[in-house]
Design a protein around this ligand. Structure first.
Ligand code: FRU
Length: 468
């Protein structure tokens, strides 16, 4: 252990000891940082029965700073236990941040691949796109999920294609027909976003295999790419920067969505149009993994980078951001959908079952399920001013109260009908699943008074409290 590691351990412990543990807006169901800042989920996996969620963590500053990997574990994806920081930025190849990456499980070993970020000092001479930074691919392993061995530098920028900028990061590894493949997000020197695939026979030595891109340029950078198959559908997920034009005008600064893949991503393939994972304000850099019982779970960062439009009220309390609630990704009627993991069902206590209208001030942490909606009639108000409604072929969420929204205004998705809505609300977030998870809207919000009012003439409405 280096002297730097020692100091970082001590400073992190101090920051966590001094963190406010009972402040307002602290989440009950959603993973948040023990102190300071959280962004992307990393290294998600189920290993020897236990769920592991690592996260991009800056404990010293609620507005971000040097990144390390914090670590949570769980038996059920509902109750999580904080395990401390697992990876500190303490080596020459990751000294400006242990950036995002994945877990790959094989033969009783957890392989964590991540990007070691290095940012050189001299902003007058560097543009930090083609000069002044390094993106290193690094591996650490563990056989117990608690102790991680020595960091091993696997690839540097000179190992990546020469037409790429220095922005190459966020490895995601999988195995196919006995060979290992690694996807990384990239920005070319022509400012085209794409994913690069490397291959390996031993998980350690990697060579360039191919590039994945759209026919027409689609953004300038793809972050946190992910590739998986669910219910027979192949999905390439990417968080894309630089989308412009009418279609993106009323949307978030960066997008997070997926292409379905026809053919073989390792050979001849074609990509569908890009579809957003989530139509709300706060959703980015999702990552997925397989559970031991065969489900595909996805967790996203319930936040948005470089977002000037809105802020989070928790910064004043010394922390910022959280993860989404874990979601099962599934395909029904040919449509990719998401729903909260089924483990939630065991925590639900029915509070009210009614028709047409529900109005209560009883709880902040709840799930409201509105089913058999007739004639597309749906209107809801959460707390003091987050409305969710369907009108003129558009489902939209809109804030009517700036104190609750902190600058957020309106997000929407076009759809022909609304038949079913599920609202999962925590102390300072709402995730709204529409039409059996075909569309999701996630947002942070800051209610001072709890409350929900749902009007859906003819529909059945059930309200559940969620026990801790
Ligand atoms: C996405 C991202 C990743 C990077 C990490 C750094 O939010 O920018 O590309 O690895 O965050 O925290």
């Amino acid at each position: 252990m280096t002297a730097l590691t020692n100091d970082l351990i001590k400073l992190t412990a101090d920051a966590e000891r001094n963190a406010d543990r009972d402040g307002r807006f602290r989440q009950k169901l959603h993973l948040m940082p023990p102190a300071g800042w959280l962004n992307d989920p990393n290294g998600l996996c189920q290993f020897k029965g236990i769920y592991h969620a690592f996260f991009q963590y800056s404990p010293f500053n609620a507005e971000g700073g040097v990144k390390m990997w914090g670590h949570y574990t769980s038996h059920d994806m509902i109750q999580w236990e904080y395990q401390g920081v697992m990876l500190y930025p303490d080596q020459p190849f990751d000294c400006s941040g242990v950036y995002s990456g994945c877990a790959f499980i094989e033969n009783g070993t957890m392989y964590l691949y991540y990007t070691g970020n290095v940012k050189l000092e001299d902003s007058d001479n560097y543009d930090y796109i083609n000069s002044g930074r390094e993106s290193n691919t690094v591996l650490v392993t563990s056989t117990d999920g608690a102790y991680f061995g020595r960091k091993r530098l696997l690839m540097k920028n000179s190992d990546y294609p020469a037409d790429l900028t220095l922005h190459v990061r966020d490895p995601k590894v999988w195995k196919e027909d006995g060979t290992y493949y690694m996807l990384q997000g990239a920005r070319t020197k022509e400012d085209v976003g794409q994913a690069v695939i490397f291959r390996s026979e031993d998980r350690i030595h990697w060579t360039l295999y191919s590039r994945v891109e759209t026919k027409k340029k689609f953004g300038y950078m793809w972050e946190c790419p992910d590739y998986f198959e669910v219910d027979g559908v192949k999905i390439l997920s990417a968080s894309v920067q630089g989308l412009e034009g009418d279609e993106w005008k009323d949307r978030n600064v960066y997008q997070s969505g997926y292409f379905t893949v026809e053919g073989d991503i390792l050979g001849e393939y074609s990509l569908s149009d890009y579809r957003l994972w989530d139509y709300g304000f706060d959703y980015y850099a999702p990552q997925s993994f397989d559970t031991e019982d065969g489900r595909r779970i996805q967790i996203g960062w319930m936040g948005m980078p470089d977002c000037k439009e809105y802020t989070n009220r928790t910064v004043e309390d010394g922390w910022q951001h959280c993860f989404t609630f874990p979601r099962e990704v599934f395909v029904k009627d040919g449509i990719v959908r998401q729903r909260p993991v089924r483990e939630l069902e065991e925590r639900k206590i029915l509070l009210e079952e009614t028709k047409n209208i529900l109005k209560t001030k009883k709880c902040t942490v709840y799930e409201a399920v509105v089913s058999n909606i007739s004639d597309d009639q749906f209107h809801a108000v959460l707390a003091e001013g987050l409305t969710a409604e369907y009108e003129n072929n558009r489902f939209k969420i809109e804030f009517k109260n700036d104190k609750v929204s902190c600058g957020r205004k309106c997000r929407f998705a076009e759809m022909d009908h609304v038949t079913e809505v599920r609202i999962l609300s925590d102390e300072s977030s709402a995730e709204i699943f529409v039409n059996d998870g075909e569309y999701v809207f996630s947002t942070r919000y800051y209610p001072e008074e709890p409350g929900i009012c749902i009007e859906a003439e003819g529909a059945e409405i059930r309200l559940y409290e969620i026990s801790e």
